[in-house]
Design a protein around this ligand. Structure first.
Ligand SMILES: NC(=O)c1ccc[n+]([C@@H]2O[C@H](COP(=O)([O-])OP(=O)(O)OC[C@H]3O[C@@H](n4cnc5c(N)ncnc54)[C@H](O)[C@@H]3O)[C@@H](O)[C@H]2O)c1
Length: 338
């Protein structure tokens, strides 16, 4: 069976995901939707998509779809996911699952209660280096983990905010570089550890974009259940874009991930057979969309179902809270609504 997919939000990331969806023989991109009729029409022409909509409700009601892909601003994830669940449509939603942790909890609960699959596109879980790193940590190859250091030195120019105004506001984006960019790699660290984050301290800066509401630079230190510490530095204001690194120190060995010149991980002090991501493809995003298809059609588990995307959101919110108050923040989890 071909998965008939409807794309919602014909913007930046949807272009890349749709390229990979079109290459996938198991996916039929059947409809697209954008609040801008011009964008929807251009997108439909470019990818030869037969049906186009400007209202999500109409697409859900009228198009013959098996699933939807939400690539819209963060504040729309929650209402659109609730509508998808009510319409019984499995959904591939862009990260973060929702703008806030409280909204995410509701989505995860409704997804489970109604048995509607919600996959969150933290596609670095399908990145070869990140996957091998996470599986090695999960398999105990490095022993007990002491620390994880994440560095995300990215560079965005004014056009990033000018072309997509929703990025500038907390109400629409939830935050800046930490929730949008750093959260990919914070998710990898938490997934690798398989632990809930407990508390965090953090700080944020506006180095390049002082007039924008959200931060362009963030620092966080997050303690997890076993006492491991995750340190993250995320910026979109680096002088020039450099590679992302994740360094993990364990009692038996260490690991260093980098995405430059291509995604890879190196281990020190231990011999590790590198695990390979479950899906085929040349790019993590390609494997992630195929992972979603395989989950919906063949019931093969997807790496980030909605409830798995909650710890990173809780950690991000705690870093923001600490940055605002100047105090350590206790992290909210499903068992601990601090
Ligand atoms: N996985 C990744 O690597 C990655 C990369 C970039 C962005 N993202 C995520 O993708 C999502 C979208 O980001 P983007 O950079 O593509 O944003 P964008 O602004 O380029 O695109 C968003 C699109 O949504 C449309 N839209 C807004 N309101 C709508 C509505 N009510 N109905 C239908 N369409 C609507 C806009 O017109 C726009 O075309 C965000 O969650 C973002 O964090 C993920």
């Amino acid at each position: 069976m071909k998965l008939r997919l409807g794309i919602v939000g014909c913007g930046d990331i949807a272009t890349f995901t749709t390229l990979f969806a079109k290459l996938n023989r198991g996916i039929d991109v059947a409809a697209c939707c954008d609040i801008s009729a011009e964008r929807a029409a251009k997108f439909a022409r470019r990818f030869r998509i037969p049906q186009q909509y400007t209202a999500y409700e109409n697409m859900l009601a009228q198009a013959d779809l098996d699933a939807v892909y939400l690539a819209v601003p963060h504040h729309l994830h929650h209402p659109m996911l609730l509508q998808a669940i009510a319409s019984d449509k499995p959904t591939f939603v862009e990260k973060p699952v929702t703008r806030t942790w409280a909204e995410g909890i509701e989505v995860a609960r409704l997804s489970a209660e109604n048995k509607v699959k919600i996959a969150v596109n933290y596609q670095y879980r399908y990145d070869k280096g990140c996957y091998a790193l996470a599986r090695a940590v999960q398999g105990g190859n490095l022993g007990a983990i002491e620390s994880v250091h994440i560095n995300v030195p990215w560079s965005r120019q004014a056009g990033y905010f000018e072309n997509a105004g929703w990025h500038t506001h907390i109400a629409t984006a939830g935050g800046g570089t930490l929730i949008t960019q750093g959260s990919h790699f914070l998710d990898i660290a938490l997934w690798a550890l398989g632990e809930q984050p407990l508390n965090a301290i953090g700080s944020t800066l506006k180095r390049r974009f002082p007039d924008v509401e959200v931060e362009d630079t963030a620092h966080g230190e997050i303690e997890t259940e076993s006492g491991a510490v995750i340190v993250i530095d995320s910026t979109m204001a680096a002088d020039k874009e450099r590679g992302v690194t994740i360094e993990v120190v364990g009692e038996r060995g260490s690991a260093r991930y980098s995405n430059r010149p291509f995604p890879h991980v190196r281990f020190r002090g231990v011999r590790v057979r590198k695990a390979r991501p479950p899906q085929r493809g040349i790019h993590a995003l390609q494997r992630s969309i195929e992972g979603f298809r395989a989950w919906v059609v063949d019931d093969e588990p997807y790496l980030t179902p909605a409830h798995e995307a909650l710890p990173v959101l809780a950690a991000v919110e705690a870093v923001y809270k600490s940055a605002k108050t100047g105090q350590p923040a206790i992290i909210r989890t499903e068992n601990n609504h601090a």
